[in-house]
Design a protein around this ligand. Structure first.
Ligand SMILES: [Zn+2]
Length: 451
């Protein structure tokens, strides 16, 4: 006889991102089994209830691009007030000294920070593999599993260093065979498939210009063979467009296509400097865009054409990007930033708070190639974020859902991942926050001192 999972009704939330679940959702095991209409009752008796009458219920937020290690170089004086390329060359020399213990703390801190902001699926783009840091991804898998968060980890790469005209120091680039062999090892060892996957792997050259054309092509072939996704930075700055035209005689998207990457297997970080024709091509291909508003504003990079990309058919998701260019890892705050930045380009009637919540949930899930997360309908994974509005900043708010963005929600009261509570009373389960911060801060000091 099979044991039936206990059912839990998240009952009558104050407000809900999905009208069809206005009466809450019923969770059994790791899934949502029923969406309850407004004022309704579950169709079957439930084993337990959680009174959500003071909570706004959202699908768990999904982050699509980050660099966990950069939490160690937040607000770093020598890199302040710089644009992307000088910012990168300043920081590469610091990052080149990163070791495993520092990365472990950085990954844990970033994941916990995301989780506390209502994020249930974290993504990371790790591309720094020095001699002291060969098992970076293995370590991130271990940390994600320990914390009980869903993780879309990527095996990043850099193969063109300063000796060959690239930006990163030679000590953090690897040869191509090493990169391909390790990518294959990681996919075979950790990549989970199908509904409910807790850890997925993707292949992610840092940018098309920090690896060779051969490695771009080989990464695409390997991704096809193993049916994993492809990720990279693209069209972040005007500098990059000029650099690409000088180096390859073509614009970044043309080069990406040339390397066999313009497909629905790929999602791109930033995706700002696209012309009309390129927006349509991305849409037709179904290539996803991870929109990173705070990072784009800090570095003065520009503004993503989010609504046009979406209208063309490209999935648009939301991301906090690295903590050296944001400098936080808070996806709830990022929703507010996305709404504010978007309204400099689009009218308030077009760029609504609902559109931004859609990016942070369903849109982000699509970028990661997933249809089992990002929603509240039956069959979805039980990944939930619940926010309370009993802080000063929300007092007097009439529309609870809009208040999350307009008044600036930044901390979830409850977060569930795959049916397990991972945040209770605004605190992560089983984590000593003070101790984590103390160790992380010490690691950041050590990293800066190593320069
Ligand atoms: Zn990035």
């Amino acid at each position: 006889m099979t044991e039936t999972a206990q059912t839990l009704w998240i009952r009558h939330p104050l407000a809900c991102a999905d009208e069809r679940a206005a009466g809450g959702v019923v969770v059994a095991g790791s899934r949502i089994v029923e969406a309850v209409p407004a004022g309704g009752q579950p169709s079957q008796p439930v084993d337990a209830t959680f009174d959500a009458s003071r909570h706004v219920l959202l699908p768990g937020l999904v982050n699509t691009h980050h660099h966990f290690y950069q939490t160690l170089t937040r607000a770093y004086s020598p890199a302040l007030n710089k644009e992307l390329f000088p910012w990168l060359t300043t920081l590469y020399d610091v990052w080149a000294n990163l070791d495993e213990s520092q990365l472990a703390l950085a990954s844990e801190l970033a994941m916990v920070e995301l989780l506390m902001s209502g994020c249930t699926t974290v993504a990371d783009h790790h591309y720094v593999f020095s001699g002291a840091l060969l098992n970076a991804i293995d370590q991130q898998v271990e940390t994600a599993r320990r914390l009980g968060v869903r993780a879309a980890l990527t095996r990043g790469s850099m193969s063109v260093g300063r000796d060959d005209g690239g930006l990163p120091p030679q000590s953090v680039v690897q040869d191509e065979q090493t990169i391909i062999d390790d990518s294959q090892r990681l996919i075979e060892r950790y990549h989970e498939r199908g509904d409910g996957a807790m850890v997925t792997l993707a292949l992610a050259p840092c940018s098309p210009f920090s690896v060779s054309r051969e490695l771009m092509g080989e990464s695409a072939r390997l991704a096809e063979t193993h049916d994993v996704r492809l990720h990279t930075h693209l069209a972040e700055t005007e500098d990059e467009t000029g650099y690409c035209q000088r180096l390859f005689g073509m614009r970044p998207l043309d080069y990406l296509e040339d390397c066999g990457w313009l497909s629905n297997r790929t999602w791109l970080a930033h995706g700002i400097h696209f012309n009309d024709d390129e927006v349509q091509r991305l849409g037709r291909a179904g290539t996803g865009i991870a929109h990173c508003p705070s990072s784009n504003m800090v570095l003065g990079s520009g503004m993503c054409r989010t609504l046009e990309l979406e209208a063309a058919g490209a999935p648009v998701g939301l991301a906090v990007d690295g903590s050296a260019s944001n400098d936080h890892s808070n996806l709830a705050e990022e929703m507010r930033q996305a709404m504010l930045l978007g309204r400099l380009r689009y009218s308030p009637g077009e760029l609504t708070h609902e559109a931004v919540i859609r990016w942070a949930t369903r849109g982000s899930a699509r970028c990661l190639g997933r249809d089992d997360i990002g929603g509240l309908e039956p069959g979805q994974q039980a990944d939930l974020a619940l926010f309370r509005l009993d802080e000063l900043r929300f007092s007097g708010a009439e529309n609870p859902l809009a208040a999350l963005l307009l008044c600036g929600a930044h901390r979830a009261d409850r977060v569930m991942v795959a049916g397990r509570w991972r945040v209770i009373d605004a605190l992560p389960c089983d984590i000593d926050l003070e101790a984590l911060m103390a160790k992380h801060d010490e690691a950041a000091r050590r990293l800066r001192a190593a320069l």
